[in-house]
Design a binder for this molecule. Structure first.
Ligand code: TPP
Ligand code: SF4
Length: 253
């Protein structure tokens, strides 16, 4: 046993089991966040803002300080917390319904103001927790419980591309879209979430990570089909990539 080397262990601050459905990426994203916070020694200074949505119980799964925000208000809450405790690492963890629908203004204004916080927005194209209703991110033609014939842009408009939207603001330091449908993309996601947290610790401005995710339960798919749907359909509409990265530039002011 003495010669064996540990290549992977579950982070101590990741406290499961969780309640997520099989094949849902929420659990993977939580674990990756926990790994980063523990590896960087940020677990004692982090404050997560939990959403209203399937990740409402995020505070039960990552053992750091948390605040529970009302639906859509996570970035407003995070802003106040960060202004009160500028040395803390403050991040919001939100669904697309939370961050991009009811919370569209709060999320946008965090970027417009350049608030030095991070948002991790999990885009599964539906309102998962409440039963799979159409979200602003629902694909054209996608069937949901409130668009049983498929999203029709004539009445319901087009998918909202948050990583592109957030990238336009001067206060944004980083806006990236990632996914987690295979191990390589999980590692890539980890790299960018780490960079977002690093930029925050360096005071660079607002950082935004959109994770293209699954909702096998409401999509009525098994976990493998749901991951394939992300890989083959979702990322055609939501291309993965870096939409803004200020790199090592210093922000004025
Ligand atoms: C003010 C308010 N409006 C509506 C709701 C109902 N509600 C709870 S969760 C949710 C949407 C969750 O969807 P999303 O944010 O995409 O997260 P997911 O569950 O898919 O992870 C809604 C509309 C609420 N709790 N509060
Ligand atoms: S309902 Fe959808 S988003 Fe919610 S835990 Fe299940 S698979 Fe994940």
């Amino acid at each position: 046993m003495g010669n064996l080397q540990v290549v992977y262990e579950v982070p101590k601050i990741y406290t499961g089991p969780n309640h997520y459905c099989p094949g849902c990426f929420h659990g993977i994203i939580h674990r990756v966040i926990a790994e980063i916070l523990q590896e960087e020694g940020w677990d004692d200074i982090s404050i997560g803002i939990a959403p209203v949505g399937c990740a409402v119980l995020a505070y039960d799964y990552i053992d750091i300080d948390w605040f529970e925000a009302p639906h859509g208000r996570a970035c407003a809450n995070a802003t106040g917390i960060k202004w009160a405790w500028p040395d803390r690492l403050v991040f919001t963890y939100q669904g697309d319904g939370d961050a991009a629908s009811i919370g569209f203004a709060e999320t946008s204004y965090a970027a417009i103001r350049g608030v030095n916080i991070t948002t991790i927005m999990v885009n599964n194209a539906v309102y998962g927790m409440t039963g799979g209703q159409m979200a602003p991110t629902t694909l054209v033609g996608m069937k949901t419980t409130t668009s049983p014939y498929g999203r029709d842009p004539k009445y319901a408009g087009y998918p909202l591309k948050m990583a592109e939207h957030i990238a336009q603001f001067e206060g944004t330091a980083l806006s990236v879209r990632v996914s987690a449908f295979d191990p390589q993309h999980v590692l890539d996601m980890k790299k960018w979430i780490r960079k977002a947290f690093q930029y925050q610790m360096e005071g660079k401005g607002y950082t935004f990570i959109e994770v293209v995710s699954t909702c096998p339960t409401n999509w009525r798919m098994d976990p493998v089909k749901a991951a394939e749907f992300v890989k083959n359909e979702m990322i055609k509409v939501y291309p993965l990539g870096v939409y803004k990265d200020v790199g090592d530039e210093k922000k004025e002011g």
